[in-house]
Design a protein around this ligand. Structure first.
Ligand code: FO1
Length: 311
């Protein structure tokens, strides 16, 4: 078994792929020393409730309560509230499970009481027994917005409403310039032994983090200790529209394209064995390739990936 080491690790996170990597990192380091800096560009207000999908996916998964098949929301979920809403002719396209609603009710109430998104994320992580530190990248408004063939869409209108099946012309991170990094974010990047860019969507999940003033520079300052994990394997994303959106934005849809995207901020990138033939082209971007299994389906593979990023 890989020995556990006391590694202070900071992970830049989107949703599902990041959550899986955080779980795998528990095999190689003490989770109390791990900080997850999580995207909030997907956040939305639905039925008057503030919903933070990536924060919830990360917290639910680390708590072992996530629904494995869906990748979001809670296991063993029921949908009574949604059924009642639909019966009244209400908007039920964005599925909010009965237990999941508890989280949104809690978060919305706490925000109304003046708590920050960071404070609420910490309270939810504590209540769910999650040992890792879960930080939104900012407590300020940040909204990933997409200019598509169907017009300008919010993230959830694009991702859920259109099932991300519409051509994207450009992506904006509205509000980013006015955002302040949440307390602890820049320090977590500066002080970690290793900064990991999770295998999340570079354009939709990681770029919003980098758009918050000070974050990109803080990561670039640690470039030698920053390792990314490519979410593209053999030209495709395991889940979600990362491959499509990279193609639509003119990026090469491969580990090389991901290395180019992160070249200024990551000194190394983990690529899957199926992309071993691309290692030389990845190295030519100035980012050192680390070839291993990046699919975290099986525990030994997840452990090997975690060991590679925590090395
Ligand atoms: N994804 C869907 O594809 N359909 C949904 O109805 C849906 C509801 C939902 C509710 C709460 C939540 O935290 C996430 C939800 N997601 C849903 C996932 C969400 O779109 C995330 O932003 C994506 O997983 C990308 O991170």
């Amino acid at each position: 078994v890989t020995p556990k080491v006391a590694r202070v690790i900071t992970v830049l996170c989107g949703g599902v792929g990041a959550a899986r990597l955080l779980c795998a990192l528990r095999e190689v380091t003490d989770p109390a020393l791990t900080t997850a800096i999580v995207n909030v560009g997907d956040d939305t207000v639905m039925h008057g409730l503030t919903i933070c999908p990536d924060l919830d996916t990360v917290s639910y998964t680390l708590a072992g309560r996530h629904d494995v098949d869906r990748g979001w929301g809670l296991a063993g979920e029921t949908w009574q509230a949604m059924g009642a809403l639909a019966e009244l002719g209400g908007d039920a396209w964005f599925r909010l499970g009965d237990r999941d609603l508890g989280t949104h009710l809690y978060r919305t109430q706490r925000l109304a009481q003046g708590a920050t998104k960071s404070r609420v994320a910490a309270e939810i992580a504590h209540a769910l027994g999650v040992p890792e530190r879960i930080l939104p990248v900012t407590d300020d408004p940040l909204a990933t917005t997409l200019d598509t063939d169907d017009g300008v869409l919010s993230f959830q209108e694009y991702f859920v409403g259109r099932r991300h099946d519409v051509v994207v012309r450009s992506v904006r991170y509205d509000g980013a310039a006015a955002c302040t990094a949440a307390a602890g974010v820049l320090e977590a990047i500066a002080s970690a032994r290793r900064v990991v860019i999770a295998p999340s969507n570079p354009v939709l999940s990681i770029a919003p983090l980098l758009a918050v003033p000070g974050v990109r520079d803080a990561i670039a300052a640690r470039r030698a200790d920053v390792v990314a994990v490519s979410p593209i394997i053999a030209g495709s994303a395991l889940k979600g529209p990362a491959d499509r959106i990279m193609r639509e934005l003119g990026l090469e849809v491969s580990s090389v394209g991901v290395a180019q995207f992160y070249a200024q901020i990551a000194g190394a990138i983990v690529i899957d064995e199926r992309d071993a033939a691309l290692a030389d082209r990845v190295a030519a971007t100035g980012v050192t390739p680390i070839v291993t299994t990046t699919v975290m389906a099986l525990a030994p593979d997840a452990r090997r990936l975690a060991a590679a990023v925590a090395a």
